[in-house]
Design a protein around this ligand. Structure first.
Ligand SMILES: NC(=O)c1ccc[n+]([C@@H]2O[C@H](COP(=O)([O-])OP(=O)(O)OC[C@H]3O[C@@H](n4cnc5c(N)ncnc54)[C@H](OP(=O)(O)O)[C@@H]3O)[C@@H](O)[C@H]2O)c1
Length: 245
């Protein structure tokens, strides 16, 4: 039976066609919400809506394109909670020493995750309830910089500061972020299983919880931030203890 935590609420998940966003959509439906998902590939959106069932709908939206966002939100109408998990995995994310950065393209790492979040919030505001919330997504690289990944840390950190700033700017709408550690989403499907297991072990083996997280485990954090009516400007880390060691 559906829960009632989000009964009667409408939740929009941009990035909801796979991975963490899909898990948030599924969990929100379980909690009683009606969910609208969006991502850039219409076929992926259709497939995900089919798997989520009758309480879900969705359409294609590209967060790099303001017109696309405006059309998406005019189709959504009034809603209660915005969740933003959109992220791309282009070659611009490959490790690179600062001395070798192509400054002409280096900023692309901000395009979907940071500027996409800003643009989504901008276009969501017309339909978003004053009693509602926005939850965006960064990652533990914000707190645990890696060699040759300075811009990833800068981008993830910028999302945390954006969260605090928007919590003040958009109040009484609550604005929070979830900061996941390594989560086993579809991104890992492209790698041969033995290679994947080896890499996951190397990346998570020294954590207090020495394994990758499941999308459903991190989805709980979004549910809390949507329903936790006295939390705003917070970054909820769900990382198996990665940031502690
Ligand atoms: N998985 C992890 O270990 C991990 C760890 C830390 C942080 N994170 C962060 O969590 C977020 C979600 O990660 P994930 O693992 O769930 O990734 P994922 O499975 O690849 O999901 C990303 C989603 O974003 C959508 N998307 C990509 N480009 C878009 C665009 N231009 N416009 C609209 N939607 C777009 C994708 O759908 P389309 O292809 O249809 O556009 C997909 O629905 C990312 O920001 C990632 O950095 C993930």
């Amino acid at each position: 039976m559906a829960g009632t935590e989000l009964g009667g609420k409408r939740v929009v998940v941009i990035g909801g066609s796979s991975g963490i966003g899909f898990a948030v959509a599924a969990r929100a439906i379980e909690a009683g919400a009606e969910v609208v998902i969006g991502s850039s590939d219409g076929e992926k959106v259709g497939g995900a809506v089919g798997r989520l069932g009758r309480q879900a709908s969705g359409s294609a939206v590209d967060v790099r394109d303001e017109e696309s966002l405006a059309a998406f939100f005019s189709g959504v109408g009034a809603f209660d909670h915005l969740v933003f998990t959109a992220g791309d995995w282009g070659s611009f994310r490959a490790p690179r020493p600062v001395a070798e950065l192509d400054l002409g393209s280096a900023g692309e790492i901000f395009t979907v995750r940071f500027w996409g979040a800003v643009a989504a919030v901008k276009h969501a505001l017309g339909g978003l309830s004053e009693n509602g919330s926005v939850t965006v997504t960064n990652g533990v690289v914000a707190h645990r910089p890696r060699r040759q990944a300075a811009l990833s840390t800068a981008m993830a950190g910028a999302i945390e500061h954006l969260t605090r700033a928007l919590a003040v700017d958009l109040a009484p709408v609550r604005v929070n972020a979830v900061c996941p550690g390594l989560i086993l989403t579809e991104v890992w499907n492209n790698m041969p299983e033995d290679q994947r297991d080896e890499q996951l072990k190397r990346m998570t083996g020294s954590q207090p919880l020495p394994r990758a997280g499941l999308p459903a485990e991190v989805a709980e954090a979004y549910l809390y931030l949507m329903t936790g009516s006295y939390s705003t400007g917070q970054v909820l880390i769900v990382d198996g203890g990665r940031t502690l060691v």
